[in-house]
Write a protein that binds this ligand. Sequence first.
Ligand code: A3D
Length: 311
Amino acid sequence: MARKKITMIGGGQIGGNLALLAAQKELGDIVIFDIPQAEGMVKGKALDLMQLRPHDGYDANITGTSDWNDVKGTDVFIITAGIPRKPGMDREDLLGINLGIMKDVATHIKEQAPNAFVIVISNPLDAMVYTFYKVSGFPKNQVIGMAGALDSGRFRTFIAMETGYSVQDVTCMVLGGHGDTMVPITRLATIGGVPVTDLISPERIKEIEDRTRVAGGEIVKLFGNGSAFYAPAQSAIEMAESFIRDKKRVIPCASLCEGEFGIDGYFIGVPSVIGSGGVEKILEFSLTDDEKAGLNKTLDAVKKTVGETGL
Ligand code: A3D
C-alpha cells in the first residue's frame, strides 16, 4: 500500500513539531509548506528531520516547499498557517490577519487536493475551521478543528497533577468553543472509572476548571512571544492517526453540528468519531441544565467571531 501524504500548511512552531511526530509514528510521507519568505526555514527543518531518521529508524520522507503544486494528492492537511497570540491578546484578536490567510489556503487546497481530510489548528479556531469549510466547499466530514482534544488534555493533566495518579487513567472531555467560555464536563470525568467528583473537593475542581479555560493564555504569558506548540501538535497527530489508521477514536473536536446538542450550522467542540470516513459521527448525550447553559454561552461567543468573518 502506498504511503499516505501528509502536508503541514505552516511550518512554524506547531508545524515543525507536527512533522516530527508524524514522522516518528510513520503516518506517511510529509510535506511542510510555508510562504516563500519561509521556504528556507521549512526546507531546513525537513532536511534536519530527514537526518534524524538514522537515529530513530523511521522511513518517512520529509520535504519542505512553498510551491502549492507540491501538495497535490495530499491525504491529510494540518493547517497552522497564521500568527499566534502574544501576551494580552485574545484568540479573536488574530482574526484580522488569519482570516485572509485561511481563505487563501482553502482556495489552494481545494484546487490541489479536493478529497483530503483537513485538520485546522489556526486561531481563532472555531471561526477558522468555519472559514475553511465555507471557502473550500468541502463536505462536512472532511473538515475538523483541533481544540477540544487539547483542552481536554489540559484538563486531564491538571487532574493528574492534583491527585498524583497516572494521566493515562484520567478521562474527561471539554466541549464548546476554543476560548475562555469552553465547558469542562466534570460530571463525566473519571480516574480509572472512579468519578473525579468523589476524589477532588468541589473547590479544587472549580479551580482546575478555571485553570483549564485559560491554560493557553498561561503559556502565552510565560513564553512572551508565541503560544503553546508541543501539546497542540500531539493533539492534532492523534486526530490524523485516527483517520489514517481508521481507529474511530472518540475525541472532542470542532465538528460541524447540524442539530446535535441543539446547535445548527456552527463548528464547535463535540465528541467526534474520526475514522477513514473523516468525521464519521458526533456522539450526542444528555446535558444537565448547567452544562446546557454553558454550551449556549460558548455558542454565543463562537457565533460572534464567526459573524466577523462575513461568510
Ligand atoms: P508560528 O510559529 O508563527 O507558525 C505559523 C506559520 O504559518 C509561520 O511559519 C508562517 O510563515 C506560516 N504562514 C503564514 N501565512 C501563511 C500562508 N498563507 N500559507 C502557509 N503558511 C503561512 O505559529 P504557531 O505554529 O505557534 O501557531 C500557529 C497557529 O496555531 C496560530 O494561529 C495559533 O494561534 C494557533 N494555535 C491553536 C491552538 C489550538 O488549540 C486551536 C493551540 C496553539 C496555537
